[in-house]
Design a protein around this ligand. Structure first.
Ligand SMILES: NC(=O)c1ccc[n+]([C@@H]2O[C@H](COP(=O)([O-])OP(=O)(O)OC[C@H]3O[C@@H](n4cnc5c(N)ncnc54)[C@H](O)[C@@H]3O)[C@@H](O)[C@H]2O)c1
Ligand SMILES: [Zn+2]
Length: 352
């Protein structure tokens, strides 16, 4: 078993092990004296893994209930969060009880948010089942949901009590979502680790090294969130590619490109432009495109520039008339650059 401890105000462990789902109750029991557990999951994940988790929790003395919502980003809204809160009330969860978020990033973000605001905060455990959620969203305590104005515009920082990563769950993940997770993995390589970039580029079969890659990415995220939990500085680097990605996702009403796919496109687009502006080592965009192609990720997007820019005005990285853009200096190195909002359109059009 691999273990990563995220230090800080609410220290927690991330355990990575094939098959850990079957003993999740045992691990969760070690971090809580809760009598009740509410599993929050979606309509795709619960039928596959729900019973394993229920059984393990019951074996470890929890009174278990579950709440299932319709799978997909289109569900990531306040109405779904309200449904979760109602389920918490109906099942009489008290302050020392626990929520178990079983699913991808959509489940984890919303179940974490419901846990953050129910009774002003109860504990939750993350059991991420997509590659994207295992390497990214389950770590770092960002929870929330989308608003009609844009993505992830409401939320709270609320750390999990424990995260259990079972790489076996990736086997049932549709190929599209496995590739989607690779979008965020490529991001880690570009912002922080040339070594990871080379590993990804040279590997014959990603499945052979997936557990190691998950560990590497989680550890990069651990370092970043330990240094800057509330995203005042270094944590912004994790948003590489995200300004355009979030705009595309919203533009397509969260029914088009998936998050990691959009991030890939966003990273490539901004790097094409930053390379032309002399901010990025020449050849970097080509290196990005190579990896995106390798993992069958899209490299182009559609959408009217004006509308995309209008959406970007609501980006959380905006500060008055400027926006903090994350740029890649070269593979493995990135930085934040404040950029005037008024020039955003031309900046992204360049890279299209
Ligand atoms: N909180 C953060 O720091 C953070 C970071 C990155 C992304 N996110 C958020 O994460 C979300 C994307 O997460 P996601 O890609 O996991 O989306 P998701 O939760 O919608 O999962 C993708 C699809 O895979 C299905 N699925 C999940 N696990 C499965 C499995 N093991 N087998 C079969 N099907 C499975 C889901 O039902 C869904 O249809 C976005 O909303 C994004 O904003 C948050
Ligand atoms: Zn992301």
């Amino acid at each position: 078993m691999r273990k990563i401890t995220v230090s800080g105000k609410d220290e927690y462990e991330i355990l990575i092990k094939s098959g850990i789902l079957g003993s999740c109750g045992e691990h969760i029991r070690k971090v809580t004296s809760a009598s009740r557990a509410l599993i929050i999951s979606d309509t795709n994940v619960f039928p596959i893994y729900g019973q394993t988790v229920v059984a393990s929790l019951e074996q470890n003395g929890f009174k278990v209930a579950s709440h299932i919502f319709p799978a997909g980003e289109a569900s990531k809204n306040l109405a779904t969060v309200e449904g979760m809160i109602k389920a918490l009330c109906e099942n009489e969860l008290s302050r020392n009880d626990i929520v178990v978020a079983l699913g991808g990033g959509v489940t984890g973000d919303m179940a974490g948010f419901a846990s953050a605001i129910y009774l002003r905060g109860i504990n939750f455990v993350g059991i991420p089942t997509t590659l994207l959620s295992q390497v990214d969203s389950s770590v770092g305590g960002k929870t929330g949901c989308d608003l009609t104005f844009g993505k992830n515009l409401i939320g709270a920082f609320h750390n999990p009590k424990l995260v259990l990563i079972d790489p076996e769950t990736i086997k049932t993940l549709p190929t599209r979502y496995k590739n989607d997770g690779m979008g965020e993995i490529v991001k880690y390589a570009l912002i922080k680790s040339e070594e990871l970039y080379n590993t990804l580029l040279n590997c014959k079969n990603i499945d052979d090294i997936l557990t190691d890659v998950i560990y590497t990415c989680v550890d990069i995220k651990r370092q970043v969130v330990e240094n800057d939990f509330t995203e005042k500085g270094e944590r912004m680097l994790l948003n590489f590619g995200h300004t355009l990605a979030h705009a595309i996702e919203k533009y397509e009403n969260f029914c088009g490109l998936a998050h990691g796919e959009a991030v890939g496109v966003g990273m490539l687009c901004i790097t094409k432009t930053s390379e032309k502006c002399g901010e990025t080592e020449v050849g970097t965009a080509e290196k990005i495109e190579k990896l995106l192609n390798k993992f069958s990720l899209p490299t182009t997007f559609s959408g009217k520039t004006e509308e995309l820019v209008n959406i970007m005005l609501y980006d959380k990285k905006r500060r008055g008339d400027s926006i903090n853009l994350v740029l890649c200096e070269k593979v493995g190195k990135s930085y934040v650059k404040p950029f005037p909002i008024s020039k955003l359109g031309s900046f992204f059009v360049e890279g299209k």
